[in-house]
Design a binder for this molecule. Sequence first.
Ligand SMILES: [Zn+2]
Ligand SMILES: [Zn+2]
Length: 333
Amino acid sequence: MHVLLLALCFLLLRPSLFSLESAFNVVVLGCHGGPIDANLSGYLIAPKGSSTYIALDAGTLLEGIRIAYKKNSFHEISLNPQSSLWPEADILQNFVKAYLISHAHLDHIAGLVMNSPADSKKTIYGIKPTIRYLKEYIFNGAIWPNFASEGNKPRLDQYEYQRLQIEEQVAVFNTPFHVEPFLLNHPHDYPSTAFLLEASDHYVLYVGDTSPDALESSKRLAKVWKKIAPLIQQNKLHAIFLECSYPNEQPANTLFGHLDPHYMIEELSQLARYVDPLHPEVALKNIKVIVTHIKKSIFQEKSAEETIRKELEKLNTLHLSFIFPEQGEKLQL
Ligand SMILES: [Zn+2]
Ligand SMILES: [Zn+2]
């Protein structure tokens, strides 16, 4: 009896032992870092029960929505049967309310650019350099017509740029989300972003392409980990999207500002120590880690996904629950 009571008290005092009830739906539009052009980084996220999505990067967009619709990943959405639009265009125009762009590399914006003629008026959020690159080098009338409301004329006025201040939380217009951006190295001085998203006091962290701190002089990931550690202690953080572009065999000097399994685990171990310095090995037990941006192998006998999956499982002394996303699927986080 005493043992049972003790066990009960222990469980009540350690809420982190329970897994969190899901608070978000994510639709995977694309999940790789290239070179296949039809499956690049792009995720739609909405609070559970809502059909108000924001896009986290948009490397693949309309094609990802088309595949996800076929897989029935949008059953929250009731499309107007009178609509003359293809379902994927209808979803893009009416249910995707904003873009959060982690950085302006093509594998994160190609869908946004190519699909802009099929899109509706909305806001593109990014830190200042990301917006500057979009404005000066993409939507400039030379590479692509200017679909934005500022920059070179003529302007089509479809997208409004919103420049996010580093570590300043703002509401995402027309959605239930708040976002706080953190600066990342990708690598060295190329600016990439991690977005901390909040809706109804539930949180998700989306990390764009990033170097490990070990290969950088500025420790930008450590800053992100310190910020989210209290949210994990309070059981408010549901998931972390984190990139793992290459298998461990990739030499550190050719990671080009990316993580491999070794560095990914090293970073998550640092986070675990911030969350619970005494028991780091169980500190992240509730956290789902969505492994993003794996660069596909072009060699027949090699599968980067398989290698990375095995390497991460072997190094998983933190008991993390890894999710390897697939294009078109719906994740409950
Ligand atoms: Zn990328
Ligand atoms: Zn990149």
